[in-house]
Design a protein around this ligand. Structure first.
Ligand code: ADP
Ligand code: ADP
Length: 225
């Protein structure tokens, strides 16, 4: 079933920059969808509208069939710069989304530890962001998003800042989390290779104004254990 639906979405910046033109899409639970297209076609705009961080000029976003206006706990936006607190440990950073929501300390630390483990950072709980590589910081950002138990994880070019080897590992983590945790991922990318490797579905946007040019379902055997 569709966890996210967007209907008749238009986004105009200022008076004349039409970034999105009449986008209709559904995103299925447990699927990984890539938004693919050339620079400036509106991928980030679409992702931020789905996240509730940006208002569409017209049209609507539905979460589990209900219209939403703004952010909500079912959707977590994983920021490109990871937005970690440099003065806080990995554990506190990963638990921060829960801290904001007022979860008790024991509960939020339990959940944070579970997801730190899930993203392959067990043993790094007491480190600080500057002691980690870029790829590891990115995993902390993902652990934080997972710890708040959002169903939908929204990621803008999540692999752009890391080297090839880290990228592959991180991609395999996402594929596994999608299967094990039944999380829904929506990723922005401009790499067709990456999109084909990772995705259940690829939404191809046309150059500005962004319209849905094509929807593809790559069917490849990834052999990820
Ligand atoms: P993409 O993520 O595909 O590169 P964006 O969603 O960032 O595309 O941008 C789509 C279009 O909207 C581009 O032409 C961009 O310059 C324009 N745009 C994005 N954000 C703003 C903004 N805050 N104000 C004005 N124009 C913007
Ligand atoms: P990316 O390429 O990573 O999607 P950009 O460098 O296009 O990001 O945009 C960075 C920020 O600047 C975004 O928040 C976007 O909304 C904003 N932005 C992009 N294009 C414009 C524009 N033409 N006018 C004003 N803000 C813009």
């Amino acid at each position: 079933d569709a966890v996210i639906t967007v209907r008749g979405l238009h986004k105009v910046y200022g008076n004349s920059t039409v970034a999105l033109d009449n986008i209709d899409l559904s995103f299925m639970r447990g699927h990984l969808t890539s938004l693919l297209g050339p620079s400036g076609c509106g991928k980030t705009t679409l992702l931020k509208i789905i996240a509730g961080l940006l208002k569409p000029t017209s049209g609507e976003v539905l979460v589990n069939g209900k219209p939403v206006r703004g952010p909500g706990p079912e959707r977590a936006f994983v920021f490109q710069d990871f937005a970690l607190m440099p003065w806080a440990t990995v554990l506190r950073n990963a638990a921060f989304g829960l801290e904001v929501r007022g979860a008790p300390k024991a509960e939020r630390e339990d959940r944070a530890r579970h997801y730190i483990n899930e993203v392959g950072l067990a043993g790094f709980e007491d480190k600080y962001p500057h002691e980690l590589s870029g790829g590891m910081r990115q995993r902390v950002g993902l652990a934080r998003a997972l710890a708040v138990d959002a169903d939908v994880l929204l990621m803008d070019e999540p692999f752009s800042a890391v080297d090839e080897q880290t990228r592959r590992k991180f991609q395999e983590d996402l594929i596994r989390l999608r299967e094990v945790e039944n999380k829904t991922f929506i990723l922005v990318t401009h790499s067709i290779e990456e999109a084909v490797y990772l995705s259940d579905r690829i939404v191809l946007l046309s150059p500005r104004p962004g319209r849905v040019a094509d929807i593809m379902e790559p069917d490849i055997d990834r052999n990820v254990d």
